[in-house]
Design a protein around this ligand. Structure first.
Ligand code: FMN
Length: 319
């Protein structure tokens, strides 16, 4: 590990470090308007939501690194205290990047980026038509976090109206594949939050898992089960009892198979067949059977069958 005291590196290095380690960050494409009516559009990835009641978002237009001056967005928000924060999708990321260029304050980045302004309902700054998720906001607080180059300005806003393109909603939720958002990492890296980048983790919500400390030692040492696998087992509410596990396992017919066939089942996460194969192996080769049983646990976890996974874990101690 590297251990760094922020006092020992430049502001530029700090920013690089933080944007790599706190990533991917959501991006707000923020439209504002000056007191004189000049429209501005810029992206901000120091951005997130902070509550739903009232709905609050915050972002930080920092002071410019080169000379410590404030950005147009910040100045406009101080003057008119309204903005629209919109989500950034993969289809618009290059235009958003263009809007981040440091144009003079009288230049409208809608014009430069080619993004389309449409009127808002409750605030003066226009919305960005291309974004499927737009939030009309009123500023509630602006908190300067310093006065030197690179220092932040926390802009806290209340959302007064949401606009969502119905095309991105499936089964009542905004679907990651349909909205296809991008996030910001460090340097020129971005993350596309759709396709294989998206996965699910079941919420613990109402169930209280048995915890890591209750896992049997023999599986904690496993080279096959990862920390994520073990945490899934630890999230199960109640460890099945051993008799139950034995009965369950004995309901499976052992099935002699070659290693390549077992590998095929493993690739398909066919944990029931794998269990049958492992039971046959257990008759002649205990070490290999344990290896196959661990693979079976992993496949059952992949298929979200925690009950079977746990019963196989318990059975491993019986052979
Ligand atoms: C994806 C992306 C995210 C950005 N995030 C921030 C940010 O969180 N804070 C910031 O001050 N600048 C950020 N920038 C840079 C600003 O967009 C840039 O300084 C812009 O010129 C500010 O415009 P303004 O002076 O018109 O407000 C980001 C740029 C990009 C491309």
């Amino acid at each position: 590990m590297k251990h760094i005291d922020p006092k020992d590196i430049s502001v530029r290095e700090i920013q690089k470090l933080m944007s790599g380690g706190v990533a991917p960050r959501p991006i707000a494409l923020v439209s504002t308007i000056s007191a004189g009516g000049a429209i501005n559009l810029s992206p901000f990835s120091f951005f997130n939501i902070f509550g739903a009641n009232p709905p609050v978002v915050a972002f930080s237009p920092t002071r410019r690194g080169r000379d410590g001056t404030t950005k147009d967005t910040y100045d406009n928000l101080n003057e008119t205290r309204e903005c629209v924060a919109q989500a950034v999708t993969h289809a618009m990321v290059e235009q958003v990047n263009l809007a981040s260029s440091d144009y003079a304050s009288d230049v409208d980045e809608f014009v430069k980026s080619g993004l389309t302004p449409i009127p808002s309902d409750l605030v003066k700054p226009p919305r960005v038509k291309e974004s499927p998720f737009q939030m009309e906001c009123r500023v509630t607080q602006i908190i300067p976090l310093g006065t030197d180059p690179g220092s932040g300005n926390l802009v806290i806003c209340e959302v007064v109206r949401f606009h969502i393109d119905e095309k991105v909603i499936r089964n009542g939720v905004i679907d990651p594949d349909l909205i296809d958002l991008v996030g910001r990492n460090s340097a020129d890296y971005y993350t596309r939050a759709s396709g294989s980048a998206v996965f699910t983790v079941k919420k613990p919500a109402s169930r209280i898992g048995v915890g890591f400390d209750q896992l049997p030692e023999h599986i904690k040492q496993s080279c096959i089960l990862t920390a994520n696998d073990l945490a899934q087992l630890a999230g199960f509410e109640q460890i099945p009892d051993e008799a139950e596990a034995r009965d369950f396992i004995s309901s499976f017919e052992p099935l002699e198979v070659s290693e390549p066939v077992f590998d095929e089942w493993s690739k398909d996460y066919d944990y029931r067949k794998m269990l049958q194969g492992a039971l046959a192996t257990a008759r002649t080769d205990r070490a290999r059977a344990r290896h196959h049983l661990e693979l079976t646990v992993k496949a059952a976890l992949y298929r979200n069958d925690l009950d079977t996974a746990w019963k196989v874990v318990l059975y491993m101690n019986m052979i």
